[in-house]
Design a protein around this ligand. Structure first.
Ligand code: ADP
Ligand code: MG
Length: 255
């Protein structure tokens, strides 16, 4: 497996839902080894951007490229095979499975498509399976979930479930990862743990897009910030500049 990440480019992407323009010629770039925050008031188009990049919706206009390849309009399945991986704003784990089983599902999403070799349990597929099991244990350790690995997800506190969702995304071998409000509802201690995991992703060279609005959390973590308001990019730069930007302040006061 190739380590590291790739550059994700969103070029002038527009997304319309009927008469509503959810994204209006949005351009941004997420670089490997960098954490880019996507910030903006409720309804500004943040989740829609993730949905469009990940193939849930085909953009009305514009282009998305990953590692130099045009991926505009590919299915969510093809996007996952390109190693662009996302988490959902509402965690989507299988509630009656354990944490370890949910993580294995994340790993199997790719394995399933290795096809005939896996079906016939050829040695290469068995090796791959063993590698996946080892990867699950590594991700459990990284996300601090080893102690709860055998617990049923539905019995766990919200913050632990969110971390498991991040772990499951990591098992899909991302080269770019899009995290949709992973810190929502977390305690301070859980946020600190999440920040450490995101720093680990950065050290692995992944391209990271992080949707969040906790300014102190972001200030310690991110390299670049893009601010959306009503589907438009109103700021691009660093976080200290964002906090002083009159357009950004107005967008939040108007919320
Ligand atoms: P954010 O994540 O920034 O809070 P969203 O991307 O979820 O915002 O939503 C942006 C706008 O697009 C909102 O007005 C929302 O109601 C609308 N929207 C999102 N998804 C759909 C959809 N599938 N159909 C119609 N409208 C949608
Ligand atoms: Mg959202």
């Amino acid at each position: 497996r190739e380590a590291g990440g790739g550059s994700l480019e969103v070029e002038a992407v527009t997304m319309r839902f009927g008469g509503l323009v959810a994204l209006d010629e949005v351009s941004l770039r997420v670089e490997p080894g960098r954490i880019t925050a996507l910030v903006g008031p409720n309804g500004s188009g943040k989740s829609t951007l993730v949905n469009v990049v990940c193939g849930l919706y085909r953009p009305s206009a514009g282009r998305i490229a990953f590692e130099g390849r045009d991926v505009t309009g590919l299915s969510d399945h093809r996007i996952a095979l390109a190693r662009i991986v996302r988490t959902f704003q509402d965690p989507r784990l299988v509630p009656h499975f354990t944490v370890r089983e949910n993580l294995l599902l994340g790993a199997h999403r790719l394995l399933r498509h290795s096809g005939v070799a896996a079906a016939l349990a050829l040695p290469s597929a068995l090796e791959e399976e063993a590698r996946q099991l080892a990867a699950v244990e590594a991700v459990l350790a990284l996300t601090d979930l080893t102690a709860v690995a055998d617990r049923t997800v539905s019995t766990l506190p919200y913050g632990t479930r969110r971390m498991a969702e991040v772990g499951r995304a990591l098992l899909a071998q991302p080269r770019a990862i899009l995290l949709d409000e992973p810190a929502a509802g977390l305690s301070e201690a859980e946020m600190e743990r999440l920040a450490q995991v995101i720093r680990d992703m950065k050290a692995m060279g992944l391209a990271i897009l992080l949707i969040d609005h906790h300014m102190d959390f972001l200030a310690e973590l991110v390299d670049d910030v893009v601010v959306l308001d009503s589907g438009r990019v109103i700021y691009r730069g660093d976080i200290s500049g964002m906090r002083r930007d009159p357009g950004v302040i107005a967008a939040y006061l108007g919320d």
